[in-house]
Design a protein around this ligand. Structure first.
Ligand SMILES: [Zn+2]
Length: 226
């Protein structure tokens, strides 16, 4: 009898656990970890026409999407907003002076392109969930804001970039130009995205300075969601 009660108890706990997981997935809308911080976002009625902002800082992640139609003003050739572009050019120039060659790979990416990138990522990584660890859903990518840039070293890209002098220079100095490493190692439960040593986000010098060199602080934590 006692054994039956224990079994029924375990079953109820198990079902509650599954229900909690379903609820967490439903609340994010995606297969991402349910641990993404919750910040009050009242843009749903406006269809997310404008990016979510906290204290003047734009935040886009799986919980705070932006509408498919949102396209920022962009500067060429790096396809970043004019302010981010100016800062990026100055940063690359300073790196070059220090003997480090930063290679630009991606700036702005449209909603539709993000959908294509996700589709090919699902193919490469074998599943939707595995793809989402690295690739945001369309509407949830900072690349649609024109405020994020993916970079590499001349002979190393992807995770291998983390082992280069260029990466070390970026970690030392990016904040001085207004950029932060957006998806630090060990913080995927907060950002919803795996470690990406190549992805930098423009915040402006005032905010990025608060992060400092070799920072592992996330934007979510900085903006108070955690
Ligand atoms: Zn990126």
């Amino acid at each position: 009898m006692r054994r039956a009660i224990v079994l029924i108890g375990a079953l109820i706990v198990g079902l509650l656990g599954v229900w909690g997981g379903v609820q967490a997935l439903a609340s994010t809308g995606f297969g991402q970890p349910g641990g993404l911080p919750v910040l009050p976002d009242d843009r749903a009625s406006s269809g997310h026409a404008r990016p979510f902002e906290v204290n003047g800082v734009v935040l886009v992640n799986a919980r705070h999407p932006v509408a498919p139609e949102y396209v920022p003003e962009l500067a060429e050739p790096h396809q970043l907003t004019p302010a981010a572009h100016r800062a990026y050019v100055a940063m690359v120039k300073a790196a070059k002076k220090a003997g480090r060659t930063i290679v630009w790979r991606v700036g702005y990416r449209s909603y539709d392109t993000q959908a294509e990138v996700l589709a090919s990522s699902i193919e490469t990584r074998g599943s939707y969930r595995a793809a989402l660890a690295y690739t945001a859903e369309p509407g949830c990518s900072e690349h649609q804001l024109g405020l994020a840039v993916d970079i590499a070293a001349p002979k190393a890209r992807g995770l291998a970039f983390a082992d280069t002098q260029e990466f070390a220079w970026m970690r030392e100095h990016a904040h001085e130009y207004g950029f932060i490493l957006r998806y630090p190692d060990g913080k995927s439960d907060i950002t919803g995205i795996a470690y990406e040593p190549w992805h930098y986000r423009y915040l402006g010098v005032d905010h990025a300075r608060a992060f400092g060199p070799w920072s592992s602080l996330t934007l979510e934590e900085y903006l108070g969601g955690r």
